[in-house]
Design a binder for this molecule. Structure first.
Ligand code: ZN
Length: 295
């Protein structure tokens, strides 16, 4: 039988069998062969498993099918994309945190959809100003509101048939977005919790929810800070697609666009063709990576 690991805790893996109802889960152990081969099953892994006890819903994982990708943060396999929710106001978007998130995903080759939420609570001009800074950042940008439904249909379509990591700082309305998109998921979440007797105080683990045919979302805890991914400081500029064109005018090959004279990126910044916030964050990250290297 085939299925997908949707949760792993304490040596048990919970498998959602292929084409089973969303709330069917089989509690499996991974057989010793994986330990010998030094493979650890990940949430999101597609696996083959055998049933041990039909009644109790227990089984054994016998094979991990080839992975399309494996993420370190959050630890998971076969993720198609990430949706990161930020509020346009209340709280005011922390763009430094957003840029860190983009780097974290871009360095792992995961496409990102930025969801600027609570558009009903922000002036149109200010919304445009914030959105325009991310026009050329390599991520798709959506403006949404759970109050008047702006952007919700578009977001729903982007999630269909894919496995998506849902992320965002606390208080940005991520849960409201998810509840509007998938009202049935909320119920299933409770269902799942009861089945595996998750205590209120246990640590939260990475977990997938099946919300439709071949459609999974992975909710992640709200974050307040993010470490930069492990990068050489000289590599950082490669993750700024908006630097690519202007950097062709840089006088020096290998220009990192900070202190060099005749820098195309800094010229573009002067002409306001590149976002000042994005550039300032870039400079800060560059310095952070430089400091890290020292120790
Ligand atoms: Zn330059």
């Amino acid at each position: 039988m085939r299925g997908k690991i949707i949760r792993g805790v304490g040596g048990f893996y919970y498998i959602h069998p292929e084409s089973a109802a969303a709330d069917v889960l089989i509690e499996c152990k991974a057989k010793g062969i994986f330990r010998n081969r030094n493979i650890k099953p990940l949430v999101g892994d597609n696996v083959e498993f055998e049933m041990l006890d039909e009644q109790a819903g227990t089984g054994n994982i016998t094979e991990i099918l080839p992975r399309r990708n494996a993420l370190i943060r959050p630890a998971s396999a076969n993720v198609d994309q990430a949706v990161v929710v930020f509020a346009l106001s209340f709280p005011k978007p922390n763009l430094n945190l957003l840029d860190r998130f983009l780097l974290m995903m871009q360095t792992q080759d995961i496409p990102v959809i930025i969801c600027f939420n609570k558009s009903d609570d922000q002036e149109e001009e200010e919304t445009k100003r914030i959105v325009s800074q991310y026009r050329d950042c390599g991520a798709r940008v959506l403006v949404t509101s759970t109050i008047n439904g702006t952007g919700m249909e578009e977001l729903r379509e982007l999630l269909e048939g894919r496995t998506t990591v849902m992320a965002g700082p606390s208080g940005v309305g991520k849960s409201s977005v998810m509840n509007i998109l998938f009202p049935e998921a909320q119920m299933e979440t409770g269902e799942i919790s009861r089945k595996i007797k998750r205590g209120r105080h246990t640590t939260r683990h990475t977990e997938l929810f099946c919300i439709g045919s071949q459609t999974y979302i992975m909710d992640t805890p709200g974050f307040t800070s993010l470490r930069l991914p492990e990068l050489e400081k000289e590599e950082l500029r490669n993750y700024y697609p908006e630097f690519a064109e202007p950097s062709q005018e840089c006088r020096f090959l290998g220009c990192v666009h900070i202190n060099e004279p005749d820098c195309g990126v800094k010229n573009a910044l002067e002409r306001q063709e590149i976002s000042r916030d994005r550039y300032d964050n870039y400079k800060q990250f560059y310095e952070e990576l430089r400091q890290q290297k020292k120790y």
